[in-house]
Structure formats: C-alpha cells, structure tokens
Write a protein that binds this ligand. Structure first.
Ligand SMILES: [Zn+2]
Length: 214
C-alpha cells in the first residue's frame, strides 16, 4: 500500500511471467498468494485499485453464478468463503461476516466448502488487499503488520466489502468502511454506513442479473 508504482511494476512483470506458463498450470486451483497478484486492491492504495476491485467483484459473481447454474431454482444469493488459510483471523472474519449479514439483505456470506473466495494471512509490504487470479476466483490477503496497526475487524470487513462490490474511497470519513486506512489507524469503525449498505443491496438486488451476469 505504500509503494503503488513498485507494486504495479511487480504485477506487470508477474503478468508477463504468467503469460509464459502453460494453460494447464495457469488454470490450476489457487494456491497461497506467495507471489504478487496480477491485480489487487490494497487497504489504502493507489488509483489502479478501482479496476482491480471491479475485477475481483466480477470474479466472485461469476463463481457464484456457476454454482447457481448447477442448482436450478436457488433463490438466495450466498457467497461462500473459506477461512482455513487465515487461522489467526478467524474471530475477525466471523465478525465481518456477522456485520455484513446484518447490514444487507440481498446477499449472504457463509463459510463452507467449494468457496467462491478465500481469506489468506501473511506478511506483505503492500498491506492487506483483495485480488483475483483472473480465472474466476478471488482471495483476500490479510497482512499481519497492517492488522496490528489498524483495527483488524475494520480491515477484514473493508476487504470483504470489495467481495460485495464496493470500491475504495480513501478520502471518506471513519464512519465509511470503504475509506479503509484513509482516516488513519485511530479509526475503529468496522460497520458500513447507510450508503454502503444501500449500494451492496442495489448491486445484488436481482441476484446476479444486477451485475450484468446471468
Ligand atoms: Zn480497499
């Protein structure tokens, strides 16, 4: 989150490297994010993040769409996640899920198998971010140091907001969840505000059709 240009350069070189990888390898199940992702949205990052946010949201929506297509007649839009790779953040992830599920009505988060996205934890100089691997799967990376500096539940709920389609708005106040690290480490709010709740419900109002994916 502190060196957006360096991160972009790393991402571009990774993209070039990935282009040389055989298709069978490139489409394998997502592994732990050891290398720089091809696109990402940091907790308090750069202008490039907006595009990555959108890509991540679409990746999650497509994953949900595939599963709904396999089970015709499914009414509720449920986004399934795995927290198995972020054991240190189980409490924050559960709290974030609780916050979102009590804040919006058109989409629900649920922990389970065959997840639409995964949480990971580790050390990354860019901080926490949401990302897509470009193959319809996304993940949220939670950085240890950043989660010690900032309110950890707020970081987790913020990144999860990207899963639900919200963009970053770093210039916003602490009362806004998607202002992320903008208001500084003293901000303890982990709840989306009225506008953010309404936007998520709007995006998911007709299930997947709302995002142009059916
Ligand atoms: Zn963000």
């Amino acid at each position: 989150m502190r060196h957006p240009k360096a991160a972009l350069a790393a991402a571009l070189s990774l993209a070039a490297a990935l282009a040389a990888v055989p298709a069978a390898t490139a489409t394998a199940a997502p592994a732990a994010p050891a290398a720089a992702p091809s696109s990402y949205a940091a907790y308090a990052g750069s202008a490039e993040d907006a595009r990555a946010n959108r890509a991540f949201f679409e990746a999650v929506m497509e994953s949900v769409a595939r599963k709904r297509a396999a089970v015709p007649g499914t009414q509720a839009v449920t986004v399934v996640y795995s927290a198995a790779n972020a054991p240190s953040f189980r409490t924050q992830i559960a709290r974030s899920t609780q916050i979102w599920n009590s804040s919006v009505s058109n989409v629900k988060l649920q922990e389970g198998s065959n997840p639409d996205f995964r949480y990971y934890e580790g050390n990354d100089s860019r901080g926490s971010y949401a990302s897509t691997d470009g193959h319809g799967r996304g993940y949220i990376f939670l950085d240890y140091r950043q989660n010690q500096t900032y309110n950890s539940t707020r970081v987790t709920a913020h990144e999860t907001g990207h899963v639900l389609g919200l963009p970053d708005h770093y210039s916003g106040p602490c009362s806004e969840l998607m202002s992320g690290g903008g208001p500084g480490p003293s901000c303890q709010n982990a709840q989306p505000n009225t506008q953010e709740r309404a936007r998520v419900d709007y995006l998911w109002r007709n299930g997947l059709t709302a995002a142009g994916i059916s």
